[in-house]
Design a protein around this ligand. Structure first.
Ligand SMILES: NC(=[NH2+])NCCC[C@H](N)C(=O)O
Length: 248
């Protein structure tokens, strides 16, 4: 089993210490970054991820990708599609990630990927990656509980299903399983960039991921780690979590 590591948060390179993956077979993707705006730079960063995911699926394996943000899921989905697999999306996240460029009040681009997968702002990233966008009923959002008003409004009138980790209603077909680790209650996972409380326990999230993997329908797994560089004690918790998620 190989883990594909993209050690970036958006276009910012992160230190190796941010990804405690020892004991796992890791291949890091570290392309040269071109100039341009953040979307152009991220698209360049993601191009080899698209190819690597497609190559692994063509070779008969299930890609497991780890990075510092949720945007990477767009590259993983594009790679799955490039391999000829028409996947639905299961999105574990404390946040909705359904902003458009216009609706985002923070401007944080990591708050937009699920909405781009569903067809918003496609010129910025999906088109550059060759990503075919999905209808809303092919996406399920799991345990999102920190929604900005524009996100709540969008979700209220969309066909995106929402469910808790303990009762995930899977969409049809093969799956891209995206896990933003911040779906876990922030009290159990230190150092998150966007900590949210009142969430499921770490063990409940891991158990849910294992149940979904056991269906045999997961075409690719994408784990996003939007956390700060580790402080004392963080490493052990993070390493154990990544191992439990990636070896499911
Ligand atoms: N997957 C995440 N951590 N997303 C954070 C998004 C935070 C907030 N909703 C924003 O768009 O600024």
């Amino acid at each position: 089993m190989t883990v594909t590591l993209l050690p970036y948060h958006q276009d910012e390179r992160l230190p190796g210490a941010s990804f405690p993956l020892s004991g796992l077979d890791v291949v890091a993707v570290t392309p040269e970054l071109p100039g341009g705006d953040v979307w152009q730079r991220v698209a360049a960063l993601f191009a080899p991820v698209v190819d690597e995911v497609a190559r692994q699926i063509d070779g008969g394996s299930m890609p497991r990708v780890v990075s510092g943000d949720c945007l990477t899921a767009e590259a993983v989905l594009a790679g799955v599609q490039k391999a000829g697999v028409d996947a639905s999306v299961v999105w574990f996240d404390a946040h909705g990630d359904v902003h458009t460029v216009d609706s985002s009040t923070s401007g944080y681009i990591g708050g937009m990927p699920l909405r781009q997968i569903l067809g918003a702002d496609t010129a910025l990233l999906p088109d550059r990656l060759g990503l075919r966008t999905l209808p809303e009923d092919r996406a399920v959002l799991v345990d999102a509980r920190d929604l900005d008003p524009a996100e709540a409004e969008f979700l209220a009138s969309s066909q995106v299903k929402r469910c808790p980790v303990g009762d995930v209603e899977l969409p049809p077909g093969p799956l891209l399983l995206h896990i933003d680790v911040d779906v876990i209650d922030a009290a159990e996972l230190p150092g998150l960039k966007f900590p949210v409380g009142e969430g499921p326990s770490r063990d409940a999230v891991v158990a849910s991921v294992h149940r979904i993997m056991a269906t045999g329908r997961v075409a690719a797994l994408d784990v996003a780690c939007p956390w700060h560089p580790p402080r004392d004690g963080d490493d052990a918790i993070r390493a154990r979590l990544l191992k439990d998620l990636l070896t499911a």
